[in-house]
Write a protein that binds this ligand. Structure first.
Ligand code: SF4
Ligand code: SF4
Length: 216
């Protein structure tokens, strides 16, 4: 692809991602980026953890199912936090490859909720306008949350369409649709979930909470 084509695609992807996170960006637009020297205390406060107590045993990385693909595995993320390496952390693929499976949190001898720390780092990256290193995962993350907000549970067909449009992978998995529909594994109608209104209320409360925390 010509250089100008690459630049146009990069600009388009960035615009799409900013659009994906527009709700959060609006809520957090008043945030002043925190300096690297305050990173550790900021994440400790947001997560209720004491990251300084990590003694680098490595049990988190050893049990992490995606550590093999991360540029900075969980143990090193914890050390980077202690050292205030903010740019390296927020521009890493690791925070986006984390599955929130909580294996690390369960294994940590210092009872640090590493999964919660990863979540806080993703939100910090979004709030400071960092371009997600794993942009397709970021897009999926947003599309998934939207489905939960709308229907109270995942509406797989809607999730697929939303993800494909946002990620620009328009025909992603399209060839599998007939088989999935034929075997009734994919339903075209949105689900009717009795708890959906309650889930929407919870989502609204979380959004308000995020807005108020952004003012802190
Ligand atoms: S398991 Fe806990 S103490 Fe060990 S390296 Fe990971 S965060 Fe640190
Ligand atoms: S929560 Fe994230 S960092 Fe922890 S083990 Fe699971 S994938 Fe790895």
């Amino acid at each position: 692809m010509a250089a100008s084509g690459v630049a146009v695609q990069a600009a388009l992807e960035y615009t799409l991602l900013k659009g994906c996170f527009s709700a959060n960006m609006q809520a957090l637009s008043s945030i002043v980026p925190i300096p690297s020297s305050n990173l550790l205390s900021y994440v400790n406060k947001r997560t209720g953890q004491n990251i300084s107590s990590c003694y680098q045993c490595g049990k988190c990385s050893a049990g992490c199912p995606t550590a093999y693909a991360m540029d900075i595995p969980p143990r090193q993320i914890m050390r980077a936090l202690q050292l205030g390496l903010k740019d390296e952390i927020l521009s890493s693929s690791a925070i986006w490859l984390c599955l929130s499976c909580h294996t690390c949190s369960q294994r940590c001898p210092r009872e640090i909720d590493i999964a919660g720390v990863m979540e806080a780092l993703r939100l910090l990256a979004i709030s400071e306008g960092k371009r997600p290193r794993e942009k397709d995962i970021a897009v999926f993350y947003k599309a998934f949350i939207e489905q939960i907000r709308m229907f109270g549970r995942v509406y797989e067909a809607g999730l697929g369409v939303s993800y494909n449009l946002r990620s620009m992978h328009l025909l992603n998995n399209a060839a599998r649709l007939p088989a999935l529909i034929g075997k009734r594994k994919l339903h075209l109608r949105p689900p009717r979930t009795s708890g959906a209104p309650e889930v929407r209320k919870i989502a609204a409360r979380v959004k308000n909470l995020e807005s108020s925390q952004a003012q802190l």
